[in-house]
Ligand binder design. Structure first.
Ligand code: GDP
Ligand code: IMO
Ligand code: MG
Length: 449
């Protein structure tokens, strides 16, 4: 039994969906353990674009079981729609290959209203978190204050009413009296709707914790968001309300025998961030706009423009430690290829001192990123030639800062635009991957580094 975690090493949207889909080919189970439909994971299984919000990214491999574990917050209507859209597109989604935890907490329309009311009450742009508006924070609040409604409760109207009562009264009081917005929704209407959407999910409901305790072969735990959006490790308060890092797997899904075999951090070759919050290497110039345009950096869930910046090594060093990462997957190298300028942040200047890593005590507005110019690379990844010296130097810079091996390089959105590499920090062990991925392994480009 092998257990792999795949976690965003930046501020989300690193390409987790694509890498999960690749790993799922040779895995038996893929598990979402936190977050909700704030996530948007893009996959091109056969040239056609799919964006998954709640369904794990292994769903395009019919032999793989997809699990939505108890740490995920579920908007039942959104989930039913996502299942139906996939089924209409000919993707197999049935009780056989999708299991949803009966213990997952439910996002109600009141959570969505409260999320929006809070954001709109913050007068200045910088005070707003810039949430996805999906009700994620308010739902986790109800869970932690023990007022949560779980999937299992949706199967009985009586139970829904009993559990919803307290939360409904509280939310309406807040929204109407504090945020001065009229709540048009009726208690009975919400209860009936939840009951209906719950009935659509009943066939998939399962004790996923027990399922994950059994040996099914290889399990991939697919993170949503990223370490820098983690409620504990991220750039608080500009974070999401769950734990994408490894700790979230233990609390949100369960791990048999307690050990993860590998924790793969997914990162872009540069940085992006959607929503508000600090971003030390953000580019406010033409270069930033070019990256945004060439990278198609538009949010997969909210269609907001993603802010772009140079790769931030001090933040990466922190994310590797905070996330307990054992290896890296780098995406969007094709986007960074071909520019006439290439920079990387190597250090921070903070209150008169120089640091090579971000630390939680740092007030982000006082950080100044020290950038180093690197030779731009112009590689065309689709041929089998070795990488250019400039690209090798860029990857070597990342790896020597990270001190964990780079194992995957992605150079396009499609499934086959992915190379597994052997790193100087790790011996050749492509046997760990299945035959399809091994066929694409490129040998030893990084071994000389
Ligand atoms: P996720 O949330 O981490 O799964 O990432 P998103 O799907 O939100 O955003 C990643 C975007 O980059 C999607 O549009 C992907 O199709 C695309 N993508 C992933 N890897 C690559 C890559 O290596 N090159 C290019 N050009 N696009 C990529
Ligand atoms: P994937 O899984 C990027 C951001 C929002 C906002 C903050 C809080 O696709 O990488 P929330 O709605 O969670 O309360 O918003 O977190 N955010 C994401 N940014 N990718 C995501 O998911 C995100 N999910 C939430 O933009 O800044
Ligand atoms: Mg995304």
């Amino acid at each position: 039994m092998k257990k792999l975690a795949l976690i965003g090493a930046q501020w989300g949207d690193e390409g987790k969906g694509k890498i999960t889909d690749a790993l799922a080919e040779t895995s038996q189970v893929v598990v979402r353990y936190q977050g909700g439909h704030n996530a948007g994971h893009t996959i091109y299984p056969n040239g056609q674009k799919f964006v998954l919000h709640l369904i794990p990214s292994g769903i395009f491999h019919p032999q793989t079981t997809s699990v939505i574990a108890h740490g995920v917050v579920l908007e039942p209507k959104a989930l039913v729609r996502e299942i139906q859209d996939l089924q209409r597109a000919g993707v197999k989604v049935s009780a056989e290959n999708l299991k949803i935890s009966t213990e997952a907490n439910i996002i109600t329309p009141l959570h969505v209203l409260l999320d929006a009311a809070r954001e709109s009450s913050k007068k200045t742009g910088s005070k707003k978190i810039g949430t996805t508006g999906k009700g994620i924070g308010p739902c986790y609040e109800d869970f932690y204050s023990r007022k949560g409604l779980k999937l299992k409760h949706l199967f009985s109207l009586e139970k829904i009413k009993e559990r919803l009562m307290e939360s409904f009264a509280e939310k309406v009081t807040l929204i109407e009296n504090l945020y001065k917005q009229k709540v048009e929704l009726q208690f009975d209407e919400i209860a009936h709707e939840l009951h209906y959407w719950g009935s659509q999910l009943q066939d998939y409901a399962a004790d996923t914790w027990s399922f994950l305790q059994e040996d099914h072969g290889t399990i991939v735990y697919e993170g949503a968001q990223g370490i820098l959006l983690d409620i504990n490790y991220g750039t608080y308060p500009y974070v999401t309300s769950s734990s994408p890092s490894v700790a979230g797997i233990y609390s949100g899904a369960g791990v048999a025998n307690g050990q993860m075999d590998r924790v793969i951090g997914v990162m872009k070759a540069y940085c992006t961030r959607v929503g508000n919050g600090p971003f030390p290497t953000e580019l406010h110039d033409e270069m930033g706009q070019s990256l945004q345009k060439k990278g198609g950096e538009i949010g997969a869930t909210t269609a907001r423009i993603r802010r772009c910046g140079w790769l931030d090594l001090p933040m990466l060093r922190y994310a590797i430690k905070a996330g307990n990462l054992t290896e890296l997957a780098i995406t969007k190298l094709d986007v960074l290829s071909g520019f006439s300028e290439l920079k990387i942040c190597t250090h921070y200047h903070y209150r008169g001192k120089v640091y090579d890593q971000f630390y939680p005590f740092m007030e982000m507005e006082h950080i100044q990123a020290q950038l180093e110019s690197m030779e731009p690379f112009h590689d065309n990844f689709d041929n089998e030639d070795p990488f250019s010296p400039a690209l090798n130097a860029y990857l070597a810079k990342i790896e020597s800062a990270a001190q964990i091996p780079i194992r995957f390089l992605s150079y396009g959105p499609n499934r086959n635009q992915l190379k597994i590499i052997n790193s100087s920090l790790q011996g050749e062990d492509n046997e760990a991957f299945g035959p399809h991925l091994r066929r694409r392994a490129t040998g030893s480009q990084l071994q000389s580094l």
